[in-house]
Design a protein around this ligand. Structure first.
Ligand code: PBG
Length: 322
């Protein structure tokens, strides 16, 4: 081509043309806001490791959820911090625990907001692992009934959807069966299907008091070096009845997200995790990045890579910018 017939710059000439040909758009409908709930009343304690986030009692969670809904937010994801922990994470299935109480409070305050719950044992076990521990090992099959019980407690309290994040094999099927047997065949499951053993969860483990007391999670979460293996995780979870599949973390795994998008027709979520947010905040605080621009670019990158839904702590901050 001797002369530039094609000049991509033509469509970049002004904001109207750029708006017309923009391929990817972020919408308030894409965002799911994670909240950390505790027991009691009138508790709203800042989480030091997660700037801008709080430990919320059910009444305060309802306030936060309502203002999020008023800004156009459509869904929250709940994590619970129980008053007591044991070897098998029994408090996770307590119908009077912080998550069931928060579900009810949020549903009463903001009935149109979808309430999704994280299902895992790590916040509820004394050892901080996501499953039942025997001889210093996390056992897969003995963990499944405990996860299913917790999921059932959440849907009984009114959760619209459950999101298992434990990475035990077969847990989607175990939860699906338990929900169906109890008459909740209509409640969807969003599976943390492709969840890597990532250091970017660091600030979260502080916030959720869920750091493992020995070892690490590499025996059940995925190796960050693996891409091909993601397909098996997605296919297994879909075959077990998952309605939405997820990749987590998001930013460092955009290649995985895109690849799954290319073969998977089901709704796909990505979790911009605590460490990803911490990096943005720290860089902004150091004057290295403009926070608004960096936050929006990080989210559009996740959307462009293929996510339909993004779980992000930045949800309430970015909503007014969309
Ligand atoms: C485990 C769980 C984790 C996160 C969500 N669910 C932490 C882990 O696997 O150790 C991480 C979320 C984040 O870092 O923002 N139940």
């Amino acid at each position: 081509m001797p002369w530039p017939i094609h000049r991509p710059r033509r469509l970049r000439d002004n904001p109207i043309l750029r708006d017309l040909v923009r391929e990817t758009k972020l919408s308030p409908l894409d965002l799911i806001y994670p909240l950390f709930v505790v027991s009691g009343q009138k508790r709203k304690t800042p989480i030091l490791s997660l700037p801008g986030q709080f430990h919320l009692s059910p009444d305060e969670a309802a306030n936060v959820a309502l203002s999020f809904a008023k800004e156009g937010g459509r869904a929250v994801l709940l994590f619970g911090l129980p008053d007591s922990k044991d070897e098998v994470g029994g408090s996770g299935a307590d119908p009077e625990g912080p998550v069931p109480l928060a579900i009810k409070a949020i549903k009463a305050a903001a009935p149109n907001l979808a309430v999704i719950t994280d299902v895992c044992l790590c916040e509820y076990t004394s050892h901080g692992h996501c499953g039942i521990v025997e001889n210093q090992k996390v056992k897969n099959d003995p963990t499944l009934p405990h996860l299913a019980k917790q999921a059932l407690a959440h849907v009984r309290a009114g959760a619209d959807m459950v999101a298992p994040s434990d990475m035990m094999d077969g847990r989607v099927l175990a939860i699906r069966r338990t929900l169906d047997e109890a008459g909740f065949e209509d409640r969807p499951i969003m599976a943390y299907s492709v969840k890597y053993a990532s250091c970017f969860y660091g600030p979260f483990r502080d916030a959720a008091d869920s750091a493992p007391s020995f070892g690490d999670r590499r025996g059940y979460q995925m190796d960050p070096a693996n891409r091909l293996e993601a397909r098996l995780e997605v296919e297994l979870d879909l075959a077990e009845g998952a309605d939405i599949v997820m990749v987590k973390p998001a930013g460092p795994y955009l290649d995985v997200l895109r690849e799954i998008r290319n073969y998977c027709d089901r709704p796909l979520a990505a979790y911009q995790v605590s460490g990803e947010m911490a990096m943005l905040k720290a860089a902004a605080a150091a004057g290295a990045l403009d926070f608004k621009a960096a936050a929006l670019e990080s989210l559009i990158g996740i959307k462009r890579a293929g996510a339909d839904l993004i779980l992000t702590y930045l949800a309430p901050e970015v909503l007014p910018w969309l």
